[in-house]
Design a binder for this molecule. Structure first.
Ligand SMILES: [Zn+2]
Length: 112
């Protein structure tokens, strides 16, 4: 994915997540896991500890598409990778965290 389309996608994640509010220079919202404060710029640059979370990880077929993406803090994203994504489909912990994130993303959704 080019960096331009990546940045557009990051902006779309924030715009369609009701926890994200417009602030001067960008958007501020909450980690999909722990609600810690996150920030991105108007250009779709990730600031501070903000990372792009693949709800279904790429290694298990998850795409770089809006429906599969959320913004998460670095420590939550790393922890999901280490504890759950390595196990993958069929593992109860993995299934649970994916279902939780999908439900939470739906709940937070707003139309752009
Ligand atoms: Zn977090």
């Amino acid at each position: 994915m080019s960096s331009l389309s990546r940045k557009k996608l990051i902006l779309q994640i924030a715009v369609t997540d009701r926890t994200f509010k417009k602030v001067p220079g960008g958007y501020r919202g909450k980690c999909i896991h722990c609600n810690t404060r996150l920030e991105i710029t108007d250009d779709g640059e990730l600031l501070g500890k903000t990372t792009v979370e693949h709800i279904v990880p790429k290694t298990h077929g998850g795409g770089d598409v809006l429906e599969n993406l959320a913004l998460a803090c670095r420590s939550c994203n790393n922890e999901k990778g280490r504890r759950h994504d390595v196990k993958g489909p069929g593992d109860p912990g993995y299934e649970k965290v994916v279902a939780f994130l999908q439900a939470r993303k739906r709940k937070r959704h707003r139309d752009a």
